[in-house]
Design a protein around this ligand. Structure first.
Ligand SMILES: [Ca+2]
Length: 311
């Protein structure tokens, strides 16, 4: 994915031509969203059983993950689209993340009633060496200005083209990435296509002291998470979760929010005109983010992301 040399920032016309000539056929055959970290059996993932409303076995982390004042040596992948630390959960109906939340600590890229018996694969991997650590290090240092940290381990859980309960054939893809540097903890959420659904759904995180809601819906919804972001890159959200007041991200949100929810939604436009992290000052403009990305990425997947970002 990465170049060994820097690329110049290309005029958009040139990018379009490159896409048409060399990248389009590849884009059409892409089976995984470009933002996603490696996943699946080809990446050496552990694949979860095809069982509804269940969870992975306990996954022991390389070192404890710090999450808003608590430190967890293990984690669970719950099939209905979320991670928990102290105990697995089969709950298929989300609990709203707000100041009244009293549930267990949770990171939920997309909590709803998923059923991987029908179609799709849920899998996970814990990396302690290799390119994934380099990629995570690059991502957190890009998004959180002032951060100069290296990933110690990276945990990736992916829901690839999974179905909703009682809706065989629906396909939704999303991913959550936990990054520990030892002293700090970060979460990335990556979204591909999310199928329409008719069930309560939620994306965000919650602890006893902090919560953040990307999406909360209690009825039928066309969930457009793949075009939402708090870092100016459609389909990606990034959080610093070991103590920073991430609720500050809720400042000045856009009029182009992709959801009807009243929660802390954001969008590419919002991220491009606001500073999503008050204490860390993530990228302040979409253009800046894209240009920086072009310096380090050079295949058509990333150019495709560029293309989407521009238009
Ligand atoms: Ca389910």
């Amino acid at each position: 994915m990465k170049c060994s040399v820097q690329m110049p920032v290309l005029p958009i016309e040139t990018v379009a031509i490159i896409l048409m000539i060399s990248g389009l056929s590849k884009m059409q055959s892409v089976s995984s969203p470009p933002l996603f970290y490696p996943f699946g059996t080809g990446a050496g993932d552990t694949v979860c059983p095809k069982v509804d409303d269940t969870n992975s076995s306990v996954i022991n982390l390389t070192s404890p993950f710090s999450f808003f004042g608590r430190s967890y040596p293990q984690i669970y992948v719950n099939h209905n689209g979320f991670l928990t630390f102290d105990q697995a959960s089969s709950n298929y109906t989300p609990i709203q993340f707000n100041s009244s939340y009293s549930g267990r600590d949770i990171i939920a890229p997309f909590w709803t009633d998923i059923d991987n018996r029908l179609n799709g694969i849920i899998s996970y991997n814990l990396y302690t060496v290799g390119n994934v650590l380099s990629r995570a290090t690059q991502d957190i240092n890009q998004y959180f200005t002032g951060v100069s940290l290296s990933a110690l381990w990276v945990f990736v859980a992916t829901w690839d083209k999974v179905a909703y309960y009682n809706n065989s054939g629906t396909e939704s893809s999303f991913q959550v990435v936990l990054i520990s540097t030892g002293s700090s903890s970060f979460v990335l959420m990556n979204y591909g296509v999310i199928a329409k659904l008719n069930w309560t759904t939620e994306a965000g995180y919650a602890s006893s002291t902090q919560n953040f809601t990307i999406l909360w819906e209690t009825n039928k919804v066309d969930v457009n998470l793949s075009s939402s972001s708090n870092v100016g890159i459609p389909g990606r959200w990034a959080f610093w979760v070991n103590g920073a007041p991430d609720n500050s991200i809720t400042t000045t949100l856009s009029t182009t929010t992709p959801f009807s929810s009243t929660s802390a939604t954001s969008s590419t436009t919002a991220a491009s005109t606001t500073t999503p992290f008050s204490s860390t000052s993530a990228t302040s403009s979409t253009t800046g983010t894209v240009c920086k990305a072009l310096f380090v990425c050079c295949d058509s997947y990333d150019l495709f992301a560029y293309f989407i970002n521009v238009f």
